[in-house]
Design a protein around this ligand. Sequence first.
Ligand code: AMP
Ligand code: FE
Ligand code: FE
Ligand code: ZN
Length: 273
Amino acid sequence: MQEFRADLHCHTTFSDGSLSPIQVIELAKQIGLSGLSITDHDSIEAYESAIPFAQANGLELIIGAEFSASFDKVSIHILAYSFPADHPDIQNFCHQHQLRRQNRNRAILAKLSECGIPITEEEVAACAESETIGRPHIAQAMMKKGYIDTIYEAFRKYLGEGRPCYVYGNEFSVQETIDIIHRAQGLAILAHPHLIKDATLVKKLLMLNFDGLEGYYGKLPLDQNSKWVEIAQRKGWIITGGSDFHGDVKPTVPLGCSWINEETFRRIQQHRK
Ligand code: AMP
Ligand code: FE
Ligand code: FE
Ligand code: ZN
């Protein structure tokens, strides 16, 4: 029997990934994954096609999403898992995020124009396949028009936090986000905590009522995982893991490069029962 591996963090064309939900599930099967969670940014639209396709192809799914939230104006990502896909609180929350993104994207485009990079909303929309549009799509539009050569360059020069065209997203607070996920019977997980550079902020976040943290991530070396695994174990938190696969948008990160075992998968899957 092949080892049970589940990748609990990946993106599709319903946010900023380059593969459709069906293509991601096909790829997951090809590389021998037994379980998957699609965690699009602020969206669960992928599940409409993903649920029946995964079922027909014998891949176990945990419903998920990755919500952007803010703590003291710093952007924090929170993974939500194992809530009912039709829960009105989550659906309403995703809708509010779409409206928030629309306003923010307009403000980013205004700043880009001031920097001599005129890009229209239509040009950005042409780079996205869903309503969940963000900076990676703006970066693609900039690349298409020849202003930059890579998506990384767009973030480094213009769109990244602290760069001239960065716009704070007016995100929901971390606590609001945790509360909504809990109201929807989901698990709230602090995503990729190693990416948060401010140690004081990490301490504050670890005091909140998360259910777990993402201890295994992308190509994070195993010796760096141990810190997060120990913290989670001390708290009795769930330790999740996944690749943060985005397809061509982040070509160096393959699906399945980080994963969790069956025991953790079942714990997350069955937490409501
Ligand atoms: P947004 O949700 O619009 O704030 O965009 C954030 C997304 O942009 C992240 O989830 C990543 O997929 C991507 N991203 C963030 N920083 C970078 C970077 N430096 N280079 C490339 N992609 C990035
Ligand atoms: Fe992303
Ligand atoms: Fe993230
Ligand atoms: Zn992600």
